[in-house]
Design a protein around this ligand. Structure first.
Ligand SMILES: [Fe+2]
Length: 322
């Protein structure tokens, strides 16, 4: 993964994450859905659609993933939707997601700014998409990133589970922190404000939450070394940022988030329990950019009434669609 930083990151020098000055209330960042028993989320990741790709083949391949997931309740794409894509290509992928008539949302990856449009443009399109798209970003807010929001899964007037969709940002060009970017302090404060607000709304009970973002936290390496391995392989070095502001410490302190789902490293698919939090890679969902033939597909995350999770993986090859 590191060579991809050196070859592509500098294209992004002028496209840094948006951050305004306006302060919003926690509730301004929250969307709602009804929770139903065995709520199933389809996670797609690292699609990397570009202008030169055969979209028909790519969409047929993703059709297989939707078929495997068997009518999920929500689709979450954990970043790197595009690389070197123009607006028409971007709109075609969003239209594809929406055509499934299943609620869907996305967060952004580091490659989503290496396109012929800005992440701010993509953010505007998604925020105003309507239809089946659940996306919310307040571009003039005082929180770094382009996709920090929560989806509350409501049951009997309370938050059964909360889904954090967050922006792990893209590249950091500060020479002392050069590399992939990390969650910023204001994002950690934002996360804390949402957890505490939701606790108040839930009668003083901290809501269980899951988190979706793109670049794994730095603790992913210790998690692999020291955690309890539940599933999968590590075929490449994990590439988290070298720098961070203590997000994992805050996550453990607040006790809300029980599992985190991310992408970024295309040929890792492991699930590890570490210090009370599950670290779980998604499955790369196309063959764009580097991949392994036997590690392409998707995973589903089922939330049960008792908040336990069932995670299932589905692998496919392009021989099925060509
Ligand atoms: Fe990627």
């Amino acid at each position: 993964m590191k060579y991809r930083f050196t070859t592509l990151a500098f294209i992004s020098l002028l496209a840094l994450s948006a951050c305004g000055t306006r302060e919003y209330k926690p509730q301004d960042y929250i969307l709602e859905m009804n929770y139903k028993s065995d709520f199933r989320i389809l996670q797609l990741t690292d699609i990397h659609l570009s202008d030169k790709d055969d979209r028909d083949i790519q969409f047929k391949f993703m059709d297989k993933l939707y078929e495997s997931a068997n009518n999920p309740d929500l689709v979450v794409v954990t970043g790197d939707l595009f690389t070197f894509a123009g607006k028409d290509t971007a709109k075609s992928l969003l239209k594809y997601f929406d055509s499934k008539n299943i609620p869907w949302t996305v967060c952004f990856g580091n490659h989503d700014e290496q396109c012929y449009f800005s992440v701010d443009w993509l953010t505007d399109v998604l925020t105003n998409y309507g239809s089946n798209c659940l996306f919310k970003d307040l571009q003039d807010d005082n929180v770094n990133g382009n996709c920090n929001f929560a989806i509350n899964l409501m049951k009997d007037g309370k938050v059964h589970d909360q889904l954090f969709i967050m922006d792990s940002n893209r590249y950091n060009f500060n020479l002392s922190q050069l590399g992939y970017d990390c969650f910023k302090e204001d994002q950690i404060n934002w996360y804390e404000s949402i957890v505490k607000y939701t606790k108040e709304q839930n009668g003083g009970e901290t809501a269980n939450s899951l988190m979706f973002y793109h670049i794994p936290l730095p603790e992913v390496n210790a998690a692999w070394e020291e955690g309890t391995k539940i599933y999968g392989e590590k075929r490449e070095a994990s590439c988290p940022p070298d720098h961070d502001y203590g997000f994992f410490v805050k996550i453990k302190e607040l006790g809300s988030t029980k599992a985190m789902f991310f992408g970024h490293d295309h040929i890792n698919n492991f699930e590890v329990d570490y210090q009370g939090v599950k670290f779980c890679y998604g499955i790369k969902s196309t063959d764009r950019i580097y991949h392994d033939e036997d590690m392409m597909g998707c995973q589903t995350i089922t939330i049960h009434d008792d908040h336990s999770l069932t995670i299932e993986r589905y692998y496919h090859t392009y021989a099925e669609v060509k």
